[in-house]
Write a new protein. Structure first.
Length: 410
């Protein structure tokens, strides 16, 4: 993950939970323990002090001091008492949705989204914009106006609680311009554009940046079906397909941040050179087929929750995409014994369900000798996955520990 922080980022009353790089002095140890407590509470949707002490290995006194401080800072709140058979009722502590806010910016090849997210992953407000292709100037304008619109309803104190803005964007955005019928010259302006610095000049808080499909995978890991599986492959079918890899409950981004960039994966059979996954399992493939048939493809990105009346073209695209994804899934499982393949995308939930059903059928037609067939699952977040993943970046960078903590069961 590439990260840039503005110098004048507001920290507010809850500034104690910050970056832990450096030596382990007393302040840093306490900050780590605070992150640990917040991570465990998030993972289990509320824990009592006794449960936190047992799961964290911290003493009851240490946990009590930390939780009092986090409650005072507005990061935790008390739940309803739970009465047992004997003794005093236990009081679960939960994340306070209003304790921290973050912004998530998704920059796609056809549209941009900016969301205001609370501490528990709830979307408070969202702004959506469609375009023929993204330009640096257009994105700067979108961010300038949208941040103002999203923060307009917040009180001054709430604005101080914005932890940052996370950007989810396809790396090397200028590639594949011709595939979306855009003059490559128009996309070349992205090559030398420092997006993080430009956005940092527009907003008064830290900026974080990550590949869009990796961010979407992170959103599924934290807010979706991620807790069910220790290891999984994540496919996000957007204008072009991308994805992510989760190993041992942690997002694995690789040395260059491109782990799970499944687009170039060869998936064809007899043809040579083989087809790439991006050429047969992306929404742009359906867009081309519709255009060739004289059907306006714009509803695909103007109304990602619609996709009505596409008939045989949609059916054929689902069949082809499911077949290609099944091959890609088996290929991935020959490298790592993944438990599951999670599929999501920029389309309606009913399309996602149809695609997963067909993929489950197609994978059984392949030669699975030597591997264990993974479970094929629907993602749970949908078209907003990339924006939500972006909004998650400031929260995890500033308030939570390594994601392994989220799944600590001891």
């Amino acid at each position: 993950m590439i990260r840039q922080e503005s110098e004048n980022g507001a920290e507010g009353d809850n500034s104690r939970v910050l970056d832990l790089s450096g030596g382990a002095n007393q302040v840093r140890v306490r900050a780590y323990n605070e992150r640990l407590v917040l991570s465990l509470v998030r993972r289990h949707a509320g824990l009592s002090k006794a449960d936190i002490a047992r799961r964290s290995g911290l003493s009851a006194q240490t946990v009590s001091v930390i939780m009092r401080g986090l409650e005072k800072d507005g990061l935790l709140k008390r739940g309803d008492p739970v009465r047992g058979k004997v003794g005093q009722p236990s009081v679960p502590m939960m994340l306070n949705p209003d304790g921290v806010f973050s912004l998530g910016l998704k920059i796609g090849r056809r549209s941009a989204d900016l969301v205001l997210m609370d501490f528990v992953g709830g979307i408070r407000k969202a702004v959506h914009e469609v375009y023929a292709f993204p330009s640096p100037e257009g994105i700067e304008r979108f961010v300038r106006t949208s941040v103002a619109a999203l923060s307009a309803g917040l009180t001054p104190a709430e604005r101080q609680r914005i932890a940052g803005i996370g950007i989810a964007i396809p790396f090397e955005l200028w590639n594949w311009a011709e595939e979306i019928n855009v003059d490559p010259v128009l996309m070349d302006s992205w090559r030398d554009f420092d997006l993080a610095a430009a956005i940092g000049d527009l907003v008064p808080f830290p900026v974080y940046l990550q590949n869009d499909a990796t961010a979407a995978c992170g959103a599924e890991l934290v807010f979706g079906r991620g807790p069910e599986f220790a290891d999984f492959v994540y496919f996000f079918v957007g204008t072009f397909i991308g994805g992510g890899v989760v190993l041992n409950h942690s997002l694995f981004s690789g040395r260059s941040g491109n782990a799970g960039a499944f687009g170039p994966m060869p998936v064809a059979g007899k043809a040579y050179p083989p087809q790439k996954l991006i050429d047969c399992a992306s929404i742009v493939v359906l867009e081309r087929k519709l255009a060739e048939a004289g059907i306006d493809p714009s509803p695909l990105w103007l109304d990602p929750d619609g996709w009505n009346d596409l008939g045989q073209y949609l059916d054929a695209w689902i069949d082809d995409t499911a077949r290609a994804l099944a091959v890609a899934a088996v290929s991935a499982c020959t490298v790592i014994d993944f438990q599951a393949i999670i599929v999501d995308g920029g389309f309606p939930a009913r399309i996602r369900a149809m695609l997963v059903d067909r993929m489950s059928e197609e994978i059984l037609k392949l030669d699975l000798r030597g591997i264990k067939a993974p479970q094929i699952c629907e993602g749970s977040i949908g078209a907003q996955s990339r924006a939500i993943g972006g909004a998650s970046l400031p929260l995890f960078a500033r308030y939570l520990t390594d994601q392994n903590v989220l799944f600590k069961d001891a």
